[in-house]
Design a protein around this ligand. Structure first.
Ligand code: A3P
Length: 322
């Protein structure tokens, strides 16, 4: 169990009440609070403060980190399938056939709201959307591994805007695209600003390349095969020559493809993911199109140019291009 004390929600609420807050149209909670440079939902922030105080990461842990809608569920599926390929040598017994990729690893942002999650000691995975500077200290100090995924901000925005429609209670008003776009540019959405989220992990990955693997969704789409091999090496379980010649790398790629995963019965379900705690996100909502460049169907040329300009400005001296 990765935590060492029961949550003290009253204390967290007191901390949160002292922070700047804004109305939130993206779902999950009425407000977003500015905490350590990022806008976070009220209840998620309680979870994050709890994790910061009590999470005890181990050097053998592997954290799957991302901003929401960057391709988290795909990264979870790939890393899990790679790591467990020997554990479930009969592939049909792999939990990914019967569980959502979200549910095969604890999501630490909601640990404060879940009954103690028992972890399978054979599995190293945990996941989070917490920005790098706010990660619980023990994650950084214990030198465990992190795999981070990011994505073209225009596609991330498009994906997030669609997803927010599923997050908001049916009774609340909708978030028009133009309004969402303004919020996006200003960083006013859960875990925003996106660019700062990416930069935190990017800079850390340059500083600690052996501990942080930084992946772009677009690169992963264009050459999933190479990235599966790279992820296996990074996690310390490289594919052997025999495995490669028997097509194991390709099997992982195929198994985790959008078509394959999104068509599994479990991932078509309207039931919420068990790992999402109070978020109650239906499993089906985690799969939409899985394509590059879908933003072209939603954003005007001006909107796209505005996002590109922010990206260029924010990343100008970082060596990162998205
Ligand atoms: P779209 O909304 O653009 O389709 P996250 O898991 O971080 O919430 O990201 C969700 C995005 O990843 C969605 O993007 C979703 O469709 C896409 N996705 C889910 N599974 C995928 C897969 N196996 N391959 C590629 N993209 C996938």
């Amino acid at each position: 169990v990765p935590v060492s004390a029961s949550p003290s929600h009253a204390k967290y609420k007191e901390i949160i009440s002292s922070l700047p807050r804004i109305e939130n149209g993206w779902g999950i909670s009425q407000y977003l609070h500015q905490y350590q440079g990022f806008w976070i939902n009220t209840n998620l922030l309680e979870g994050i403060i709890y994790a910061q105080h009590y999470l005890k990461a181990q050097p053998t842990d592997i954290f799957i980190c991302s901003h929401p809608k960057a391709g988290t569920i795909w990264l979870k599926a790939l890393s899990f399938a790679i790591f467990t390929r020997k554990l479930y040598s009969n592939a049909s017994t792999n939990p990914l056939f019967s569980e959502s990729p979200h549910d095969v690893m604890p999501f630490i942002d909601v640990l404060a709201f879940t009954d103690i999650i028992s972890r399978d000691p054979k599995l190293p995975f945990l996941s989070t959307h917490i920005p790098y500077p706010s990660l619980p200290k023990s994650i950084v100090e214990c030198k465990c591994k992190i795999i981070y995924i990011c994505r073209d901000p225009k596609d991330l925005f498009t994906s997030f805007w669609h997803f927010s429609g599923k997050l908001r209670a049916a009774s609340t008003k909708t978030l028009p695209l133009e309004e969402a776009f303004r919020d996006f540019c200003e960083g006013h959405y859960p875990y925003g600003p996106y660019w700062d989220h990416v930069l935190g992990y990017w800079k850390a990955s340059l500083q600690f390349p052996e501990r942080i693997l930084f992946i772009k969704y677009e690169d992963l789409q264009n050459d999933t095969f190479s990235y599966v091999k790279r992820m296996a090496e990074f996690m310390g379980c490289p594919f052997s020559i025999e495995e490669e010649s028997q097509g194991f790398v390709q099997k992982v790629v195929d198994f985790c493809s959008f078509e394959r995963l999104s068509n599994l019965e479990v991932n078509k379900s309207k039931n919420p993911s068990s790992s999402s705690g109070f978020l109650k996100i239906e499993k089906k909502a985690c799969f939409r199109k899985g394509k590059l460049g879908d933003w072209e169907n939603y954003l005007t040329a001006e909107m796209a140019a505005e996002i590109d300009q922010i990206t260029e400005q924010k990343f100008s001296s970082s060596g990162l291009f998205l």
